[in-house]
Structure formats: C-alpha cells, structure tokens
Design a protein. Structure first.
Length: 141
C-alpha cells in the first residue's frame, strides 16, 4: 500500500466523525419529539459565548417545572448571533424535555435540527466522495 492511500483516511475519518455527530443530534431530536414531555417555560437570561473568530453567540437559558415538580434551568445547546424578539429575557416558551434527564431538552422554535442535518450531509458526502475516489483508484490499478 502506498502512502497516498493513507491520506485518503483523513477525509474518511472526518466524514465518519461528521456523520456520527449529525446522526447523534438527529436521533436525540427525534427521541425528544416522540417521547419528550412539554412544559411552559420562560427565558431567564442568555449565556454569551464567543466563537474562534470573535463572533458573539447567545444561548437562551430556559426555566421550567417538570411534571413531577422539579425546577429546571438549563442553557440551550444552540447559540445564535442575534436574538429574535420571541426569545428575549422573560419570553414564554414551550420546552420539550426528557422526563428521565431534563438536561436533555429543546426550546421549540429555537432549537432546530438544521445544524445536525448539515453535519450528517457533509459527513455522508465526505465518506461517499472518498469511497468513490478509492474505488476508482483500485479499479484503475
């Protein structure tokens, strides 16, 4: 095996990682949609983070009470560069959460599967493209 073949492992590994992250997020969202409970919550504050290039991201922190009476207050895993009016501090929101682990939740209208879908598509394309290149190289030897 030539060293050139080893370089094809890089996009293959990246594709597998991207696909894994995307599929995990999509399955998590699907499980919440199917079996999650809903509660009325409110946005109590925003956690502000900075990206690698200095961009500011706002993660809304939602507070709600579970059906069994537990008080919850967690930050969304998704941040955005700007705040929509419907997600300002004090806004009423619908939260869908896992009854066994309320840390696993989604704010309806804020948390979307778009990022997870992009990861899954990019991962699939990297895997398919690398596999095709390896197949062509193998056939033309």
């Amino acid at each position: 095996m030539e060293r050139a073949w080893l370089f094809s492992l890089v996009p293959l590994a990246l594709g597998a990682a991207f696909l894994g992250i995307g599929v995990y997020g999509l399955r998590r969202a699907d499980a919440l949609q199917r079996t999650g409970l809903t509660a009325q919550g409110r946005i109590v504050r925003h956690e502000v983070g900075r990206g690698d290039e200095g961009a500011t991201y706002y993660h809304p922190v939602a507070a709600w009470t579970t059906h069994d009476g537990r008080e919850c207050e967690y930050s969304s895993r998704f941040g955005r560069g700007s705040l929509a009016g419907a997600f300002g501090v004090g806004a009423r929101v619908v939260v869908r959460y896992d009854a066994d682990n309320p840390r696993r939740f989604a704010i309806e209208g804020w948390d979307a599967t778009t990022v997870d879908r992009v990861f899954a598509v990019v991962g699939s394309l990297l895997i398919a493209g690398t596999s095709l290149a390896l197949l062509v190289r193998l056939v033309t030897l």
